[in-house]
Design a protein around this ligand. Sequence first.
Ligand SMILES: *Cc1c(COP(=O)(O)O)cnc(C)c1O
Length: 394
Amino acid sequence: MNDRARSLAGDRADPLRHFRGRFHRPPGLIYLDGNSLGMMPNAVLPRIEAVLRREWAEGLIRSWDDAGWWDLPLRVGAKIAPLIGAREEEVVATDSTSVNLFKLLAAALALRPGRGVILTDPGNFPTDLYIAEGLSRLIPGCELRSVPLGEIAGALDRSVAVVALGHVDYRSAEILDMAGMTRAAHAAGALALWDLSHSAGAIAVNLDAAAVDLAVGCGYKYLNGGPGAPAYLYVRRDLQAEIRSPLPGWWGHAEPFAFASSYVAAPGIARMLCGTQPILALAALDAALTLWAEVDFALLEEKRNALSELFIELVEERCPDLVLASPRDPARRGSHVSFRHPKGREMLEALRAEGVVADFRRPDLLRFGIAPLTLGYTDIFDAAERLSRALTRV
Ligand SMILES: *Cc1c(COP(=O)(O)O)cnc(C)c1O
């Protein structure tokens, strides 16, 4: 069987193939950038229209209660919870990943009095580093300690309040050992905070099994919530009574409509909310998340691996100038595949002219997002064909 016939057979046998029809697919386009901005689920458009026409235009202020606007951050959080191995009451959708990280890092420092160090690795996602650096300048006694991953365990001493890491490396797609590093943090008396932006919705995440304390993640990548979708944050249940948001706005107040002159934190995860939430954006994310109730995660993992393996095999066969920059072992690889090429940027442009969207990270990294719900085996085959054609033109 040749590669094309094999891909067609793969699509016919794919138990998740019906999900592809639940996303808007621009004609002729092969989209390998779901790791940066996920495709639009069909459910989003009618939902936004209903929010505008019915809930806002007609319902007006009554919709805070009648349309459930007020509770939307918690309801959306509850929908994300099963994707990350959390309980419904441990997750809330709100703010951006950066802002949530700020809130949780500051809260983590307060939960570990006498310890001032935020420990991370210099390869962490840039905004995560900037936020930690900003906090270290803002809070007296706080220090950002940034050491390579291999040295994290050795750098864990009694001064470390929190270890903050990304679950999947945004360049190589390498999956970090969440359970192991969380255990090491706990053994040193520190908290563990994970950024799930590049893992949730693409690979199995189990915060509960890994005993993770705090987590943040993004709504617009594999969760397909749309540009600037609200992010989410997770606080383990038994820390919720103690944790305090450094941005205690009225949405996190125990009695927001008492309009009291001083702050009392709401019980539970709602205390991490700050101000009025973006209902249109939350509604889009909520609609996008509906399809996850039907997704079998074992099948999703299997399909992601199969698509990625096929892509690597075809690219290495047809484009020998591209050098794999992701782990070859599928168990250590997240949901994108990276290759190096000295003319990466030109490649990316030639590829776009062929109707394939991927992305580029300096200096020479091409990233191909393999979002398993939106892609099929023939997409992978066609993308590799077009990639080899693009290669002849750079
Ligand atoms: C995409 C991403 C973010 C995005 O942060 P925003 O504040 O939502 O823009 C943060 N961290 C990681 C690891 C990401 O991949």
